[in-house]
Design a binder for this molecule. Structure first.
Ligand code: F6R
Length: 590
């Protein structure tokens, strides 16, 4: 959940690292810091706060040198304080380390090290520079000391170390946390993702679990933990810089919402043979289980409906963090479909590892190329929606739905028909976006003081109620519940009072009549009903009009107003929708 970056090259490190941290900020924004090496001295600046605040308050520009590391933090161990910010150093400030992950045995290590060295923070990470120091003090070279220290760590880590004892080299290690090396001209980079060094490199080398790297500006060498060299080819980076910018929009979230018509067209450009192959394997499996978290799980819930309605195949959805408790029923005839934007979510990775250990086939639907999930899966479909930087998932959800529709149509032997239908939907969404933008900001303004929201829907639209509520919670910090409309009367109705906003997702499909009847029950008890539908209804206090489409495609058209409602509600309440409190984009801890 943190972002790390290391640079060694011929330009001042601080300029590159500041820029990288700004682009990594979506991974964590509790605190930030940079350490560089120059003239046999370690130079350090760090503090709590967002990257821009830390850069402004910390005199970061004065850090000299051509080798350095940087970090943005999403706190796990230890509160949000300057002392807990990374980089962390050894007691005599010769070694600095940045880390993403959790060192599970840090208490045992610390209880030994604290007798020899002074600790300044409450973090698990701080054991790492002290461990390296201990090995140096025992007479090892810095390189040997680094490997000896890493071998003592348990847990997950992507970490980078610099030292005055290391001839300007960068040292890095990875286990269960993403790490990728970027090759540049007279410069090498290593970071949590390619976005961190995108302007400077078009060539990446993905580091695997249990590997370490030693880098200079012109060389890199990968090793296993026993210090045995390994070879790895580089791959081209396909993302481009313009995709990673805000494109004159106020926030990434709105830019990414507006991109969705294009995202649908882009997601459709799949390898037809691969889709058909995967569809056949899904049909042959004895059981099909989707594994995902958060927004990706809501996409999976819709996948379950379309696999049934179009592909005539029953499947189930298991929340990734709960998957382990069901692994007894997984075997070699099981098809696990893992859905993840980042491809790095620890809960998903954990589920997939367990499924593989039981012999299951694992297919994934993922956005980030080269991500751990993509590399671990038997086959992967890419969302191709470009980098999603807003912390709240928007365009990746729509792209996930597209791929699930395509798979379902392929399962029914109607892939071309499915593609044509999706193309029509993308044009409808394009028109709809124009009209919905201003209208929804007015509704958001009217709901500005509300603290409790209920999102209701039935059937295939139920997952949209969940997704709409999740978006609002994430960016507006209000209580929001998404539930099947029929469940309301079984308890939650007691919470409805005068003026409680109820968002009803009720297109005129097979769910319409029953949903309207459930919403009426809420309305007569005082609820203010905001209807998202292709048809107006007298019980709606506000009507958000959506285009009329074939029933199974309603999730693709209802998602846009739900996302816009969350976005505008955040804006009218004065919150930054791109950096919701307590959250970060990629959840790489369990
Ligand atoms: C919601 C959101 C999260 C993610 C979840 C899974 O807007 O962003 O709920 O959907 O953490 O992330 P991925 O898809 O990267 O596995």
């Amino acid at each position: 959940m943190c972002g790390i970056i290391g640079y060694v090259g011929s330009k001042p490190a601080v300029d590159i690292l500041k820029d990288a941290l700004t682009r990594l900020e979506y991974r964590g924004y509790d605190s930030a810091g940079i350490a560089t090496i120059a003239d046999d001295t370690l130079h350090l600046c760090k503090d709590k706060g967002k990257v821009a605040e830390v850069i402004k308050n910390c005199n970061i520009d004065n850090l000299p040198g051509y080798t350095g590391i940087g970090h943005v933090r999403w706190a796990t161990h230890g509160g949000v304080t300057r002392d807990n910010a990374h980089p962390h150093c050894d007691a005599i400030s010769q070694i600095a380390v940045v880390h993403n992950g959790i060192i599970e045995n840090f208490e045992a290590l610390k209880s030994r090290l604290v007798k020899k060295y002074h600790f300044k923070s409450d973090t698990d990470t701080e054991v790492i520079p002290h461990l390296i120091r201990e090995q140096v003090d025992a007479g090892l070279s810095f390189e040997e000391a680094f490997f000896a220290a890493i071998r003592q760590l348990q847990g997950s880590y992507a970490l980078i170390a610099v030292s005055t004892l290391a001839d300007g080299k960068l040292f890095a290690a990875r286990k269960d946390s993403p790490m990728v090396l970027g090759l540049g001209k007279d410069a090498n980079f290593i970071g949590s993702d390619v976005l961190s060094f995108l302007p400077y490199s078009r060539e990446a080398v993905y580091i695997e679990d249990g590997e370490c790297v030693v880098m200079t500006k012109n060389t890199y060498q990968i090793y296993d933990l026993n210090h045995t060299p390994k070879k790895r080819e580089s791959v081209a980076i396909t993302w481009n810089l313009s995709e990673a910018g805000k494109d004159n929009q106020d926030h990434f979230m709105i830019k990414e919402i507006k991109e969705q018509p294009f995202v649908i067209r882009q997601a459709m450009m799949q390898d037809t043979r691969l889709l058909n192959r995967m569809a056949i394997d899904i049909l042959r499996a004895h059981q099909v289980i989707f594994v995902a978290c958060g927004t990706s799980r809501f996409a999976a819930l819709i996948g379950r409906y379309v696999f049934s309605k179009i592909g005539h195949t029953f499947s189930d959805v298991v929340m990734a963090s709960e998957f382990g408790y069901f692994s007894d029923s997984v075997d070699k005839n099981t098809m696990v479909i893992a859905i993840s934007q980042s491809g790095e979510t620890a809960d998903v990775m954990d589920g997939v590892k367990q499924a593989k250990a039981k012999g299951a086939t694992v297919y994934s639907i993922v956005n980030v190329e080269g991500s751990s999930l993509a590399r671990m899966s038997d086959k992967a479909l890419y969302l191709s929606c470009g980098p999603e930087i807003g912390v709240a998932a928007t365009k990746s959800f729509t792209a996930q739905l597209c791929l699930l529709y395509l798979l379902a149509f392929a399962m029914d032997g109607r892939l071309s028909e499915g593609k044509e239908k999706l193309l029509e939907i993308s044009s409808l969404i394009e028109k709809d976006l124009q009209t919905n933008l201003s209208e929804i900001s007015l509704i958001a303004e009217k709901l500005k003081d509300k603290r409790d929201f209920y999102f209701l829907a039935r059937g295939i639209n139920f997952a949209m109620a969940g997704e709409g509520a999740l978006k609002l919670k994430e960016v507006c910090y209000v209580h929001a519940e998404g539930m099947p409309a029929g469940e309301l009367k079984h308890g939650t109705l007691a919470l409805i009072e005068e003026g409680t906003p109820v968002i009803a997702i009720c297109p005129t499909d097979y769910t319409y009549t029953d949903t309207i009847s459930n919403i009426s029950e809420a309305m007569v008890r005082g609820a203010t009903v905001i209807g998202i539908s292709n048809a107006n209804q007298s019980i709606f206090a506000e009507w958000i009009k959506i285009p009329e489409v074939e029933m199974i495609f309603y999730p693709l058209v209802t998602v846009i107003p739900l996302q816009l409602l969350a976005y505008h509600s955040a804006i009218v309440r004065g919150f930054d929708p791109d950096k919701p409190r307590n959250l970060a984009k990629s959840v790489t801890v369990k």
